[in-house]
Design a protein around this ligand. Sequence first.
Ligand code: BTN
Length: 236
Amino acid sequence: MNFSINWYDRLPSTNTFLKELVSLKGPLASGTVIVAREQTHGRGRRLRDWQAAANENLTFSLLFSENVPIGKLPSVTMAAAISVVDLLREEGVKASLKWPNDVLVEGRKICGILSEGIAGGLIIGIGLNINMERADHIDQPATSILIETGTRRSIETTLDKLLKHLSVRLGQWLQGGFPAIREDWEKNVPNIGKAVTVRDGDNRRSGILRGFGDNGELLLEENGSISPVWAGDVSV
Ligand code: BTN
C-alpha cells in the first residue's frame, strides 16, 4: 500500500477533517494520511473524547478505500490494531489486543482506533500515546511508549515505522481477509479460553471467549454453545 502523508499543526479531529475532505473533493487515493501535531477535539469510540497533548502523541487518520465488500470492512480495523502491536514490539513494548481494536499494556491503554465508514471505504483513526509523561488526566488506565520504556521517540519516525507495519498487515488482509491475520491476532489476545463479559449499550453477555470468526466477530461460548458477537466492549 502506498501512503501520502499530510501533516497539520492543529486540527479539531483528523477523522473529521479527512471525512470532510472526501466529501468536498470526492474520492481520494487509498492510503491518504492526515496527521495532526495537535488535535483539539479528538474523538473516541462511543462518543468519548480522545485526549492527546500537543506534540507528544501520534494522532492520524488513514483512508482505506480499496474495492472490498462492505460486510468485510470491520475487521480491517483489527488489521490496523495488530500493526500497532507489531510496531510496539519493535520498540520494546509488549502489548496485547482487546477486541475489537484497543491496544493495551498490562491493562493500560496505549492506543485507540476509531474507524468510520464513508461512501467507498473506511477512515481508520489511530491515536498512539508516544511521549506522554503521565496518564492521570485520562479517564481510564493509560500508558505511553515513554512511560513503558523511559525513552522519548520522534513522532515522525514512529509514524513512518507504523505505516510500514500497516502496509504489511493491510496487504495480508487484502489477500486473505481476517483469516490471514487471525492466528497472529489470537496470539496477542490474553483472555482466549477465559470468562469475559461483552457489553454493547444496555446489552450484556457473559461466557468464555473462544476466538474470532472469519469476519473478526468475537466467538462467545454461553451454556455450551458458541455464537458470534459483532459489537461491544470486552471486560474480564
Ligand atoms: C478509542 O479508543 O475510543 C478510539 C480513539 C481514537 C483516537 C484517534 S486520534 C486520531 C483520530 N482522530 C480522532 O478524532 N480520533 C482518532
